[in-house]
Ligand binder design. Structure first.
Ligand code: FRU
Length: 471
């Protein structure tokens, strides 16, 4: 443990002790940082029967700062333990941030692959020069304590033709070989995904680069590569895509390409499909859990023109709830993990025809089945069908958020997870999802419905989060 590490541990503990606890917008269903700033989910895995969720964490400033890996773990996705920070930026190769990455579950422990961010002082553009984006690995024997970490690759180890924007390793094992995908920005300002392979987890060889024939944005952040029922997908969070319309209304996008062919050799990327049509969704990561594949995203958006008033209370952002990913033809659909139903306390059912207003619990899980057009307003957030789309409008408490659309021709059903300051809408069994943060002034919640159908409202108890204590 070096002196910088020791100081960062002490300073983080002090910041967390001083953090303002509670407040009307602290989520009950979503993981948020104890203090300061959170962005991407990292290192998601199920290791020795426990789910581990790491996240980009800047405890000293709610508006961002040097990134560490915050950590929570859970047996059931409902009761969580807040564990000590796993990765601090305390080595020459990661000193300006332990950036995003992934987990590989080994027999002997957990391997965490991440990007060590280093920014040199000077007159640099920080695109072509002035920064190092190192690939590093950390080892934890038990998933909680850091054993060691080491540098694996630096700029000189990446293929030619790239800028200094190369990051966010996702690693997995397949047929006895380890694979890694890294997000990249080429010198021609095109997003790309670099594929590496390794026999021993430590020596990596570049074997392929996946990209589109015409540039699809200038940078692909947080890549992920996985198979669902025989079809492979490359997920990325692209920056600078020229596309307009549903799924491309935020400053940056996030979605997936089906891969036709073998990602290790000859292959082609199909059409990019956005993951989420709301305001606050970015940098998701998936991981296998037995027979399922789960996804968690950052419920936030970098460089957005809207904001979050919680920054003034010392914290900002949260993660989405864990979602189950399923394949329907070449599309992926997402729904909340069924485990969340374990939070249900009381349920009420309503039939509606015309207009109906329902008082809602602060935390609720709402299932609506509708016939024909529907419009609703949940304490300042409205959703309505029409013109071949589902339109979300934040009328109150949006802090700059306006309207977004999702391509839903006919709405058959809608699931809403309503937290204190976060809403996730799942339309047509997860075919279109919209995630949004909003900040209502009062604690009372109402749902005004207009249309014809049935609604079931389940009151939810909050998830449990306790501090980690070694057994
Ligand atoms: C995406 C991202 C990643 C990077 C991390 C830094 O939000 O920019 O590319 O590793 O955040 O916090």
């Amino acid at each position: 443990m070096n002196a910088l590490h020791k100081d960062l541990v002490r300073l983080t503990a002090a910041a967390e002790r001083q953090a303002v606890k509670g407040g009307p917008w602290r989520p009950g269903l979503h993981l948020a940082p104890p203090t300061g700033w959170l962005n991407d989910p990292n290192g998601l895995c199920r290791f020795r029967d426990e789910y581990h969720v790491f996240y980009q964490y800047a405890p000293f400033d709610a508006n961002g700062g040097v990134k560490f890996w915050g950590h929570c773990k859970s047996r059931d996705l409902l009761s969580w333990e807040r564990c000590p920070v796993m990765l601090y930026s305390d080595e020459p190769y990661d000193v300006h941030g332990a950036y995003s990455g992934s987990a590989l579950c080994g027999e002997d422990g957990l391997y965490l692959y991440y990007t060590g961010n280093v920014k040199h002082g000077g007159d640099y553009d920080y695109v072509l020069e002035g920064r190092e984006n190192n690939t590093a690995v950390a080892y934890s024997p038990d998933g909680v304590r850091l054993g060691w970490k080491r540098l694996l690759m630096g700029p000189k180890d990446y293929p030619g033709g790239l800028t200094r924007h190369v990051r966010d390793p996702k690693v997995w094992k397949q047929d006895g070989v380890y694979y890694m995908v890294l997000g990249a920005r080429t010198v021609e300002d095109a997003g790309a995904a670099l594929i590496f392979e390794s026999k021993d987890k430590f020596q990596w060889k570049h074997i392929n680069t996946l990209c589109t024939s015409a540039a699809f944005g200038y940078m692909w952040e947080c890549p992920d590569l996985f198979e669902m029922d025989g079809q492979w997908f490359l997920a990325v969070s692209p920056q600078g895509v020229p596309e307009k319309g549903p799924g491309f209304e935020n400053v940056y996008a996030s979605g997936y390409f089906p891969i036709f062919g073998d990602f290790r050799g000859d292959c082609r990327l199909g059409e990019f499909v956005p993951f989420d049509f709301g305001f606050d969704f970015y940098a998701p990561q998936t991981f296998p859990d037995g027979s399922r594949r789960l996804l968690i995203g950052w419920m936030g958006m970098p460089d957005a023109e809207y904001s979050n008033p919680t920054a003034a209370q010392g914290w900002q952002h949260c993660l989405t709830v864990p979602r189950v990913l399923e394949r329907r033809r070449n599309r992926l659909v997402m729904n909340p993990v069924p485990e969340l139903e374990g939070l249900r306390e009381e349920s009420r059912e309503y039939d509606f025809e015309g207009e109906k207003t329902i008082d809602l619990p602060l935390l609720s899980d709402i299932a609506i089945i509708c016939e024909g057009d529907l419009s609703l307003d949940l304490s300042g957030v409205s959703l309505r069908t029409g013109n071949g789309a589902l339109t979300l409008t934040v009328r109150e408490g949006g802090w700059g958020r306006g309207s977004r659309t999702a391509p839903v021709r006919e709405l058959r059903n809608l699931r809403i997870l309503a937290d204190t300051s976060a809403l996730e809408f799942f339309a047509n069994d997860g075919e279109a999802v919209l995630s949004v943060r909003w900040y209502p002034e009062s604690e009372g919640r109402t749902l005004a419905l207009k249309g014809r159908g049935k609604a079931a409202v389940h009151k939810l108890r909050p998830m449990q989060i306790k501090e980690y204590s070694p057994e």
